[in-house]
Design a protein around this ligand. Sequence first.
Ligand SMILES: [Fe+2]
Length: 307
Amino acid sequence: MADRPPRKASKAEFCKLDPQVVESDGKARTWITRGGNFAVAVSEVDAGARLERDANPEEYMVILPPGNASARIEAGGDAIDAQADSLTIVPPGRSRITVTSNGLIARIFSKASEDIMALAGNADTYADGAPELAPPTLWPEPYDGYRLRHYPLAQYAKPDGERIQPRVFRSTNMLVNLFVHYKTRRDTSQLSPHWHDDFEQASLTLNGRWVHHMRYNWGPNLASWVPDDHAEMSTPSVIIIPATVVHTSRDVGEGESSLYDIFCPPRLDFARKKGFVINEAEYPLPDAPEDDTIKTGGSLLAWQKPG
Ligand SMILES: [Fe+2]
């Protein structure tokens, strides 16, 4: 094992941080948190705010949380009036989001969006290029080519269903799991401490309070060992969980809670699980050896296991 101190989790609680970007008209304030291969940009927006990309090199995702902002999203000659509680995949190139009602908007960018990566509040954490991670390979283009793809999310929630309802979508360059929001708290006898060998996980939480339990591997140098971390975080917030760190998250306190997981590049284990990725019919799988599939270990819930 390399004698390198482990990379620490990045934690961004927006109520404790200044936004990295404030639009000149003051209508959008954006907090940017990066991992090795992606960045999560969460914007507090007023109606009329415009979030534009002149020439984004790859697809990016736009999450409009429930009970929150709505926006017109334009790209590739198409336009969509996106309501709250939706996900939109934006094609490479020029695009514009025009906010039509106040709230929060989350955008997920890949490493190829170098300007966004450089703006991240935790950019210094990744100055070494994160050599422990698998490279962010781009998966094959969608069957019908790049275009705006829009998914209203309520249709994928079962009001009387299981407490944990994963809702997974992917693009050529990332995969998100937008869990149905929670009304009750996680059973602390049913946690799922696990790790990922060579990729990171961002957990974006917009409602409630969350405790992210994390255990770091020991290396040969005692001086570099990191104590167990049981970070309790307010929302909205983002945590970047490094590769190999054992982790499990639980919500605490009262009321509604929400958590969205983000992986970049997409996870092969999830993508190969038939029927698990909601928009799987739109994107071809990459050619990859079967033994590349599993990069996750530990205690897994049934839905987390490969199909
Ligand atoms: Fe995980």
